[in-house]
Design a binder for this molecule. Structure first.
Ligand code: PSV
Ligand code: MN
Length: 394
């Protein structure tokens, strides 16, 4: 298959991939954390790392922030935007946190205690203000609400509290802000979660208001689920709002996109490319990464993720739409499948390297990052700061 890169390069140029601030800090599992010398200690460190990813890829100008973890001066959220813009970045999605405080043990907006429900809603309203102050146009909502045991909660009553809360927050959003409603089938609720799947997200988004959409986190599905079917369905309903890209083998593993099932991600991207071709325009999708790397060097893993998404997107654009349509119309299943397989099998890396070169970017972003010495420099600086502060770093 010959690679015509003009259309692909132009589309990739517009494919901005948002980085998660939390992907640069030390994270772990419920069994413990393995600390990295180069892990970000502060919001500024996270932005420095994001700026490094943007420097070598040219495709990541926005950074998602988590309100409790990143808005260290709630009285002056505009400072966040300044910190980002001084590094050539901007603040992307705003992620409220109504899952961490002790009061949320039995739920946030679905808690039976009205004072706790109010506290959660107020935090989301504050997050809308953070969005206004930072110029962000996306509010991303994920809730840990759920129950662990049969009988623990009144599922329908909780659903109605969710609807009320999301509507109130939606009403407070300025024009141009989008609310994204994320779903997850389990964890930390191991019996039921209040927004367990895409259908519930879609229903809650519709109740919330005209600017609410569904957020598909690729790791938030039960094994074997056909995610590209969900994506295609949501596109057709006008309800797909954004992605949290990652990969998983078992559940919400937070693995690097494409590390386990690159063909699965390719098939998702193909549904998007297919719809965009029919529409003749880009779909209004927020492209976000949601990965916490416990073992891989974090900045390297982000660069690897961005280049992988670009490769898979380019491959998806190689699917020949007229050959595919004709095979489908003839009922020629083998040829239809071959359209996808041969596009997926094409090595797009040389074409992507040439595309990057033409944009004045490094042909190999990962190699450029490694040879810059950035990783060693930040590790030395951050180790020194860790040992100078509390001495808690072991
Ligand atoms: C929850 O598992 C999630 O996917 C949500 O998007 C959170 O905001 C994010 O991870 C960060 O922990
Ligand atoms: Mn997520």
């Amino acid at each position: 298959m010959s690679v015509d890169f003009d259309e692909i390069g132009a589309r990739l140029e517009r494919l901005e991939i948002e980085l998660p601030s939390w992907g640069f800090a030390d994270t772990g599992t419920r069994f413990g954390k393995f600390l990295q010398d180069g892990a970000a200690l502060t919001l500024e460190d996270k932005l420095d790392d994001a700026a490094e990813v943007h420097r070598v890829t040219g495709s990541c100008p926005a950074v998602a922030v988590h309100v409790l973890w990143d808005v260290t001066d709630p009285g002056n959220p505009g400072a966040l935007a300044e910190a980002a813009s001084s590094r050539g970045l901007r603040i992307g999605s705003i992620n409220p946190n109504v899952f961490q405080d002790q009061c949320y043990k039995l739920g946030s907006v679905s808690n039976t205690d009205p004072a706790i429900r109010r506290r959660a809603i107020d935090h989301m309203l504050h997050s809308v203000d953070v969005g206004k102050a930072t110029g962000s146009d996306v509010l991303t909502l994920w809730f840990a609400d759920g129950t662990n045991y049969p009988g623990q909660g009144d599922i329908r009553r909780r659903k109605r509290w969710f609807e009320e809360a999301l509507r109130e927050v939606h009403e407070a959003m300025p024009d141009g802000m989008t609310m994204l409603v994320e779903y997850k089938p389990f964890e930390p609720g191991f019996y039921h979660t209040d927004i367990a799947d895409w259908g519930m997200s879609c229903s809650f988004a519709r109740h919330a208001g005209a600017n609410a959409r569904v957020l598909v986190d690729t790791g938030h599905h039960l094994p074997g689920q056909n995610i590209e079917h969900i994506v295609a369905f949501l596109i057709d309903e006008g309800m797909l709002g954004g992605f949290h890209f990652n990969d998983s083998k078992y559940a919400d593993d937070d693995l690097t996109t494409g590390s386990i099932d690159p063909y699965g991600t390719f098939r998702i991207l193909h549904e998007i490319v297919h719809a965009e071709r029919e529409l003749g325009a880009d779909l209004p999708i927020a492209w976000m990464i949601d990965q916490s790397h416990n073992l891989k060097p974090k900045t390297e893993a982000m660069i690897q993720t961005v280049t992988t998404i670009q490769e898979l997107f380019a491959k998806a654009m190689l699917v020949d739409p007229s050959r595919l349509a004709s095979a489908r119309d003839r009922g020629d299943i083998v040829s239809a499948e071959e359209c996808l397989k041969s596009a997926f099998a094409t090595d797009v890396r040389p074409a992507l390297a040439a595309w990057r070169k033409a944009r004045g970017l490094p042909e190999d972003p990962l190699e450029a990052h490694r040879s810059s010495g950035y990783g060693e420099r930040i590790a030395a600086d951050r180790i020194a700061r860790k040992s100078a502060s509390s001495g808690s770093y072991a």
